[in-house]
Design a protein around this ligand. Structure first.
Ligand code: FPP
Length: 230
């Protein structure tokens, strides 16, 4: 059995895909070229995930604060996401990849929303890996929403709160391009996540880099506040 497979039944990796802009401008290219190459990296890491024992993969594609970017970049990113869904859903179905979007939906263009809903419906039976695309996502907003859900159900346990959030607890969080911050991503879910910050930009990130990240994760001792077993 490969070393990646442990007794752990779920393994959630979250990715902050940073450095698309730097990758492009460093090569004299428009920023959108970096995002386009970044979409290729997304395809690669999704392909690599089931073989690494990853059951859940969450990728930060567009934060709610990213609306502050120039309109052309926002439009370019939304177009790229639409193209990605149009091209990749059939592959996902073939490869057992379930796709969902997490985040606000009310500000997305109707055409993109329709593609998301179609992808979610068609890939719903897939169970090799569940890929969540965080889109117009803010963890603080998700926390407020979860609090509202708990209040309206009158249930305030930790497990009820977690269940009201759109993603499970994170085991490993990887951020590329050298920055070391969470940027309003999965704040509750990362309570006991292992963090890995890598220097490579997102467009340079490969399946082998994901495998190296998982190997690093496996080498860490997670104690969840307890003492190591004697
Ligand atoms: C951060 O890099 C990246 C983003 C805000 C967009 C991420 C989008 C993709 C990887 C492409 C499409 C995604 C999917 C799921 C198909 P940055 O632009 O902030 O880089 P910089 O810090 O170097 O400027």
């Amino acid at each position: 059995m490969p070393e990646y497979f442990t007794t752990q039944s779920s393994f959630h990796v979250a990715l902050i895909m940073d450095g698309n802009g730097r990758w492009a401008t460093g090569r004299g290219l428009p920023r959108l070229a970096g995002h386009r190459r970044g979409a290729d990296s997304v395809r690669r890491v999704i392909e690599a995930s089931p073989g690494l024992g990853i059951t859940d993969l969450t990728v930060y594609a567009f934060s709610s604060d990213n609306w502050k970017r120039p309109e052309a970049e926002v439009r370019g990113l939304m177009t790229l996401l639409s193209q990605y869904l149009r091209r990749e859903v059939a592959n996902c179905v073939r490869n057992g990849v379930r796709l969902s979007a997490i985040g606000r939906r009310d500000r997305l263009a109707p055409e993109l929303l329709a593609l998301i809903e179609d992808a979610e419906t068609r890939t719903a039976p897939c169970n090799r890996v569940h890929v969540r695309i965080a889109l117009d996502y803010s963890s603080r907003d998700a926390l407020l929403h979860a609090a509202e859900t708990c209040a309206s159900n009158g249930q305030w346990s930790r497990s009820a709160f977690s269940a009201a959030l759109p993603a499970p607890d994170v085991d490993l969080l990887v951020r590329t391009a050298g920055e070391k911050r969470l940027s309003d991503f999965l704040l509750w879910e990362c309570a006991y996540a292992e963090f890995l910050f890598v220097e490579k930009t997102w467009p340079e990130f490969t399946g082998a880099d994901l495998a190296a990240a998982v190997t690093e994760f496996r080498s860490r001792t997670r104690r969840f506040g307890a003492l190591p077993a004697a």
